[in-house]
Design a binder for this molecule. Structure first.
Ligand SMILES: [Zn+2]
Length: 343
């Protein structure tokens, strides 16, 4: 079977389409014939080189497809059958540590993301433990089902579990066109909150409004912090969904209101920020770290999808043979929403 692998870190040319052996399944696993697999920014970092990536590595964190073989336990206890249409959960956890048993599996000591520290899913066939396979919502295409889990559960966890978003809240969401941004806009609106987001050109701003954002700040021509203050009558927002880091940190501090929360899941422009602790405690603000999400978040997200309150946004679909072009497209920032490979 074919799989997208890297044997070394580097540019687009390290992405290889290799012929490798079909995976064999354990009793608790299902074998999935992959229809579609999504790209994430994580794919770019893994390709270029981050610590902990074993080589050679199969790329990719999330996929959709058809179950073609079912282990005995996956059948008897998890009720999977051949022919089931499914998508894969973009995390693997131990299932028995304190965090797993208390529903906080994104804190698991053995937390891993496929395509990073363990084998990925950008291949014609993947063997996946039944714990990490969900039935595909009927109203999603293969491409959509592959595209939403990682960014969607990240955004859902930040807004719901961490920030406890409510209808009265104003939320600032950075990067409307990113996977997390486009997911967070829809989730915040599903909770009834008011959304301010940011976009770098007219086309992306229009898309953000279409997704339900109440205000779009053109960060290429408007100061973010000051504009947020103007929109919110000088108060600022209750929640900032932050994944940009250093370059926008001053705006983030300016934008958040008294008692507000900054939830961060990334630092794309750099990890080192300054904070005046006196302002933090006097204004009683919170800075909260968040990574990925839980099975519970994914269940809630699927419910929003089935009620048509959340739609995965696909920017472009490439045949898997064109994985180099797909990486380039994602890296150049042209995408609004997700980049997906079709198998
Ligand atoms: Zn665990």
């Amino acid at each position: 079977m074919k799989a997208i692998r890297i044997h070394e870190h580097g540019g687009y040319d390290v992405l290889k389409i290799d012929e490798i052996l079909m995976p064999t399944i354990e009793p608790n696993e299902v074998l999935i014939s992959v229809e579609a697999a999504a790209l994430n920014h994580l794919d770019l970092w893994v390709r270029k080189g981050i610590p902990g990536v074993p080589l050679p590595q199969i790329m990719g964190s999330e996929a959709s497809g058809v179950v073609v073989e079912v282990g005995e336990v996956a059948h008897d206890r998890y009720h999977f059958e051949k022919g089931d249409e499914v998508f894969t959960v973009p995390i693997r956890t131990c299932g028995h540590c304190f965090y797993c048993l208390s529903g906080q599996e994104n804190l698991c000591y053995e937390f891993a993301i496929p395509g990073e520290t363990i084998e990925g899913v950008q291949a014609e066939y993947v063997a996946v433990p039944a714990d990490f396979v969900f039935k595909k919502p009927a109203n999603l295409s293969w491409e959509e089902a592959a595209a939403f889990p990682l960014a969607g559960m990240t955004a859902y966890h930040m807004l719901s579990t961490k920030a406890q978003v409510r209808p009265e809240h104003w939320v600032l969401i950075y990067g409307a066109s990113s996977g997390v941004g486009s997911s967070a806009i829809q989730i915040a609106k599903a909770f009834g909150a008011s959304v301010i987001t940011t976009a770098g050109n007219e086309e992306k701003a229009a898309m953000a409004l279409k997704l339900g954002a109440d205000h779009v700040i053109r960060y290429d021509r408007q100061p973010i912090g000051q504009t947020v203050k103007e929109i919110t009558n000088g108060e600022g927002v209750d929640i900032v969904i932050e994944h940009t880091g250093e370059s926008t940190w001053a705006d983030t501090l300016r934008a958040v209101r008294r008692g507000g929360k900054i939830v961060t899941c990334g630092a794309t422009t750099g990890p080192n920020v300054r904070i005046d602790l006196r302002a933090l405690f006097i204004k009683q603000q919170q800075i909260i770290g968040s990574t990925m999400g839980t099975r519970r978040d994914l269940i809630d997200l699927v419910a929003l999808i089935e009620r048509e309150k959340f739609k995965p946004i696909i920017s472009k679909v490439f045949p898997y043979e064109q994985v180099e072009e797909a990486h380039r497209f994602l890296e150049e920032g042209k995408a609004f929403g997700k980049v997906v490979l079709k198998f």
